[in-house]
Design a protein around this ligand. Structure first.
Ligand code: DAU
Length: 336
């Protein structure tokens, strides 16, 4: 959507498997845009990827596809190995065959952009320097390990086969249309539903919050001007403790949709910690700023207000994404 808001943007073929977290309603604003085509397919299906590449002949592939929720990777890591590792491998092979057959300017200009995460770097202590592009990989969850493996595949496909790749490693995204398993939309919706707000452990884990539109702008810059074979860290410059994030959400809801009595903060509950819970993530985005002139435009206060408003205004979207399968998972995961 972000991409096509530019009237001069190239067309997009949007490939998604539509698992539990997918929702076609998110694409409704693009319904009448002839530059957008949606295809339901799995990146692990190499044949389907090869056919799509042959039919649409893209100048770039931007690989966002992933299983992405840490708690789910702890419950069931197989899907993460399948999509994030096997799927990336299948996609890389299809793209390599397509790119190898390109000639001249088309071959020169082609890019494969791999979108990854800061979780590949592991966890930081309170005084540690932020993650940079040279921080050693030390993934701690099955999700992070699967993303680290995919980053290594992309790196190897560049070094061995010359595939023109670039990789981005971003911090925690938030904003409109985020599936409500992630902290911020989960807390907004549970608060509105009058449910307990489950804060893991002591609530002092730190995340670096990146508004989704800032992330999109960064991906666009890296695609246009990132150097082949390089990685770029993308962060929001917004380090926050989880409990402070939850308090900020409660305070905004108290202002925008007050309870009959009392504050949403009364719904907060400290619950058993996530196994292997990383303590702190923080991104040094100096390379993005220095090389590509990118900086996040949104502060946490402005981005969170937009996000809370969006969830208040889009109850129908929420109703559609929270399918039976999702509700079952939530009741299992938060049972105690
Ligand atoms: O850092 C980038 C990563 O951020 C992405 O690569 C992942 O795909 C994305 O899921 C996210 O990982 P986190 O585990 O940090 O995000 P999550 O929203 O699940 O949790 C954020 C923090 O909030 C984390 O410290 C755990 C805590 N939390 C989360 C949930 C769902 C709670 O305290 N209670 C909860 O119910």
């Amino acid at each position: 959507m972000e991409w096509l808001s530019d009237p001069n943007a190239d067309p997009v073929v949007n490939v998604d498997k539509l698992t539990y977290a997918g929702n076609l309603r998110s694409l409704a604003p693009l319904q009448d845009d002839p530059r957008h085509r949606f295809v339901r397919a799995d990146i692990a299906d190499g044949q389907a990827m090869a056919e799509l590449l042959a039919r649409h002949r893209p100048r770039a592939v931007v690989h966002f596809a992933a299983e992405s929720h840490v708690d789910r990777s702890i419950d069931g890591p197989a899907a993460f190995v399948q999509t994030n590792i096997v799927g990336t491998f299948a996609l890389l092979e299809a793209v390599r065959a397509y790119w190898s057959a390109l000639e001249g300017e088309a071959r020169q200009a082609f890019r494969f952009l791999h979108v990854s995460t800061d979780e590949v770097y592991g966890t930081l202590g309170p005084q540690d320097p932020k993650f940079s592009e040279t921080t050693p990989y030390a993934p701690n969850s099955p999700y992070a390990a699967s993303k680290a493996a995919s980053d290594h595949l992309v790196r190897a496909w560049h070094h061995t086969y010359g595939l023109p790749t670039v990789t981005t490693n971003c911090s925690n995204n938030y904003g409109p249309c985020q599936f409500p398993e992630k902290l911020i939309p989960l807390m907004i919706l549970r608060a509105l539903a009058g449910e307990p707000l489950p804060v893991y452990g002591d609530g002092l884990n730190v995340r670096d919050w990146l508004f989704v539109h800032d992330h999109c702008a960064a991906v666009r810059e890296v695609l246009a001007r990132g150097r082949i074979g390089e990685t770029y860290n993308v962060g929001g410059c917004n380090e926050m403790r989880n409990i402070d994030v939850v308090h900020a959400i409660c305070d905004l809801l108290d202002e925008l949709r007050p309870r009959a009595q009392g504050s949403y903060r009364e719904q907060i509950r400290f619950v058993t910690d996530r196994p292997g819970h990383d303590r702190r993530y923080a991104i040094d985005a100096g390379k993005m700023a220095g090389e590509l002139g990118w900086q996040p435009a949104e502060t946490f206060a402005t981005g969170l207000r937009k996000t809370v408003r969006w969830y208040l205004d889009n109850a129908e979207w929420v109703r559609e994404v929270t399918s039976g399968e999702y509700r079952n998972w939530v009741s299992r995961h938060y049972a105690s």
